[in-house]
Design a protein around this ligand. Structure first.
Ligand code: ADP
Ligand code: ZN
Length: 217
């Protein structure tokens, strides 16, 4: 049986961190549209150039582009399940995902809603950096790397800050979230898929709350 999980929550809610754990613990495949789009932009293709500008402003990339990226990953995959991290972000994307999975005789099984307040988000995001090699996530105050400039997990010195992790883009990202993504909470609640967790709890505690929801499947 396949298990498909959506991680839903505003920027900085901890979706990426939890997705990485689920990959390790359950062998699921993480599909992060944010990561795919960052890859597309660094590849320098035409599409990459278009998305770079939109992303840096904190706006959403078009549904056509992200649905296309997800479709490519789903078709022909024999993964035991997916963790959707940062997708869907609009009602159109949610409908498209439902149809794509239906075509594969699969479903969205659980939607984890990561609840956090806005003040916490601003603090989390403004100190955030990640390892360009292995994806480990760090924070200036709450989780600095043991040795400055070196990744604890893989030893790489390629630690990066995202171009859109600044106050101005963050304001737009939050507004986009409330306008376009938060309606998905009601959408999945009505489909009886929604499981809220407290995103302000520790990484382990959030993982434990998610496990409770997943074990009910
Ligand atoms: P965060 O959750 O911290 O905002 P992501 O890495 O998920 O970070 O996304 C970064 C940016 O990529 C978004 O601000 C947006 O421009 C674009 N993006 C990612 N996923 C989507 C999506 N599903 N639909 C539209 N745009 C997206
Ligand atoms: Zn690393």
């Amino acid at each position: 049986m396949t298990v498909n999980i959506i991680l839903l929550g505003p920027p900085g809610a901890g979706k990426g961190t939890q997705a990485r754990r689920l990959v390790e613990e359950r062998g699921l495949v993480q599909l992060s549209t944010g990561d795919m789009l960052r890859e597309a932009r660094s590849s320098g293709t035409e599409m990459g150039k278009v998305v770079a500008e939109v992303m840096d402003k904190g706006q959403l990339v078009t549904d056509e582009i992200v649905v296309g990226l997800i479709r490519e990953k789903l078709e022909g995959s024999d993964a035991p399940g997916f963790i959707f991290d940062g997708f869907p972000r609009t009602l159109k994307q949610a409908d498209a995902l439902g149809e794509l999975l239906e075509g594969l005789k699969q479903n969205v099984d659980v939607v984890i809603e990561m609840q956090v307040d806005d003040t916490a988000l601003v603090e989390r995001i403004s100190g955030r950096y990640t390892c360009g090699n292995c994806g480990e996530v760090y924070h200036d105050k709450t989780k600095p790397s043991a040795e400055e400039g070196v990744c604890d997990a893989c030893g790489s010195t390629d630690l990066r800050r995202r171009a859109d992790d600044n106050e101005e883009s963050l304001k737009t990202r939050l507004l986009e979230y409330y306008k376009k993504t938060s309606p998905l909470i009601g959408y999945y609640y009505a489909k009886e898929k929604l499981h809220p967790v407290n995103g302000l709890a520790s990484v382990d505690e959030v993982a434990a709350q998610m496990k409770t929801a997943l074990d009910k499947l």
